[in-house]
Design a protein around this ligand. Structure first.
Ligand code: SF4
Ligand code: MG
Length: 330
């Protein structure tokens, strides 16, 4: 399939009073047409900044790299050209639907806004489009709901409205940042189901940002695992669950709840994500890694291909370097 979005060596830095924070530190990422790619990591891993960077919505500075979307060089477009793409060819849904919906406009006005801007629809045609979109996302009584205000809706219904807004212009790419995290389990399943249905009916590519590997298992074709602003493992979803090689990815998989595990005795990865830029050298996972050696603490490994669709950034998988680890484990 054709590449729809590609990030090559992208770096997004924040300049704070405490110094430079490399939130995204050299990311490569490809999403093909019709594909769903997950970016997985804990909060602070750089996954949200990566998605905002792809839309040029980050408040950080994109200091390096190339972003190509639908054959357009995103970083060389004017702000006006970028506005024509956003909400039209690429659209985003967020974790907190309430903070993204405007309380003073009706649901229909908000869903219709994108088609009024991008497709020059009249007010009445935009309202019709909004009704159709509400039906698409499974909101009952669409003809009434369209003229109501967001506070009238439950959390799950608001997330459906967000998806209706994002899909109004039939975007090629939908970026969803933790779209179900704020919802309870039953509603979560319904929203994922809805996203799958829309993906199939519209051929939409999806970039899904999540910390939840259960969501990845249900939704994604491929996955990119981020840690400390870098990709540490990238593979297809079958490989992820069958043979992940990075110790961080393995830790995330072990910490997934299963029907058999007692929630209270879940494995969790000890320690927390380091503040980006706080480690000046070595593998950023070393402080939390049970396999870390002196080599790990001094030298950052590269992201190396292990198989055609599997890359890992870890000394354990580099031929000739794995001996260090046998020593460390004895
Ligand atoms: Fe652990 Fe070393 Fe691999 Fe980093 S490079 S994940 S510290 S084994
Ligand atoms: Mg986030």
């Amino acid at each position: 399939a054709r590449k729809l979005l590609e990030l090559e060596g992208v770096k997004t830095y924040f300049y704070t009073e405490h110094g430079t924070v490399p939130a995204v530190d050299g990311i490569d990422l490809v999403i093909h047409e019709g594909e769903t790619v997950g970016i997985v990591g804990e909060s602070g891993s750089g996954k949200s900044v990566t998605s905002l960077t792809a839309m040029r919505l980050t408040s950080g500075k994109i200091v390096e790299g190339k972003i190509t979307f639908d054959d357009k060089d995103i970083l060389s477009l004017s702000d006006k050209q970028m506005r024509e793409i956003r909400g039209n060819e690429m659209a985003m849904i967020f974790q907190e639907p309430m903070s993204s919906l405007n309380p003073v406009f009706t649901i229909g006005e908000q869903i219709g806004e994108a088609v009024r801007i991008h497709m020059k629809y009249s007010r009445s045609r935009a309202r019709e489009r909004a009704v159709d979109m509400l039906k698409l996302v499974g909101i009952p009584r669409a003809e009434q709901i369209v003229d109501e205000y967001p506070h009238r809706l439950s959390g799950g219904m608001r997330q459906r409205v967000m998806i209706a807004m994002a899909m109004a212009c039939n975007p090629k790419l939908l970026i969803a940042d933790e779209p179900t995290t704020a919802l309870d389990v039953t509603i979560q399943a319904q929203i994922l189901d809805l996203m799958r249905t829309i993906r199939e009916s519209h051929g939409t590519s999806i970039l899904l940002i999540t910390h939840d590997l259960g969501v990845v298992a249900e939704m994604c074709d491929r996955v990119v695992v981020m840690y400390g602003g870098k990709v540490v493992e990238a593979c297809d979803v079958q490989t992820l669950f069958a043979s992940a090689r990075h110790p961080y990815t393995q830790g995330l998989i072990r910490s997934m709840p299963t029907l058999e595990t007692d929630e209270r005795r879940l494995y969790s990865i000890k320690g927390s994500v380091p503040a980006p830029g706080s480690l000046k050298q070595g593998c950023s996972f070393a402080p939390r890694c049970e396999y870390a050696t002196d080599l790990c603490r001094t030298t950052m490994p590269e992201l190396e291909p292990l198989a055609p669709d599997h890359s890992v950034r870890c000394w354990l998988t580099v031929p000739g370097k794995e001996d260090n680890h046998e020593a460390a484990l004895t």
